[in-house]
Design a protein around this ligand. Sequence first.
Ligand code: ADP
Ligand code: MG
Length: 219
Amino acid sequence: MLEFDLRYRRGEFTLAATARIEAGVTGIVGASGAGKSTLLALLAGLLKPQAGALRFGDETLVDVAAGQFVPPWKRHFGLVFQDGQLFPHLSVRDNLLYGWRRLKPAERRLGFDAVVDLLELRPLVARRPSQLSGGERQRVALGRALLYSPRLLLLDEPLSALDDRLKQQILPFLRRIKQETRVPMLYVTHATAEVDYLADRVLSMRSGRLPAGEEASLR
Ligand code: ADP
Ligand code: MG
């Protein structure tokens, strides 16, 4: 499904990541500073690698040698960060529908009601983000990403800002997303317990290297 061999350097930090990832949920674990967020940004198209290639299915998204770079909005990946990053001036409903409204009707694979039910958001739709708890905010951020009908969901420590009790409340929703939507996910975290619960396979990243332990070299 997703195949990449990427090299990226920023100051002292060098990333060298090579993997071939099948559908389902893939966990990427590593300590803080290992380069997990940098890798997701490269996959999302928010950063450009200095060398390498990235393919999704039979589509080439990046090929540095060939001068090819598909911009983020044409990759059609969903992103969820640690702090949700909801639009504060919009209601929950308008936050949820933000990406959905920008899709052509034929591209919409999930409907508003289905996602609201899946994540139990009904009582929240009229509120503003400032009127939500941290856990509710993350559920809305997940809902917004799903309503964009992504081909791949990139999750960057989506539970890290929550306390243990809230984590336990949200993990079953993530499992539900996995089982009911079948959207492939890359789940990045330093918390091994989360990926043990959720992921079909786990890759580990260390000092900018994926797989961990291989020599990073910038060609
Ligand atoms: P992780 O997500 O695994 O904690 P990051 O990808 O955020 O790791 O960071 C990898 C390395 O890049 C770290 O050494 C970090 O200090 C550095 N780094 C992260 N963001 C920036 C940035 N915007 N500018 C410069 N260096 C950065
Ligand atoms: Mg990070």
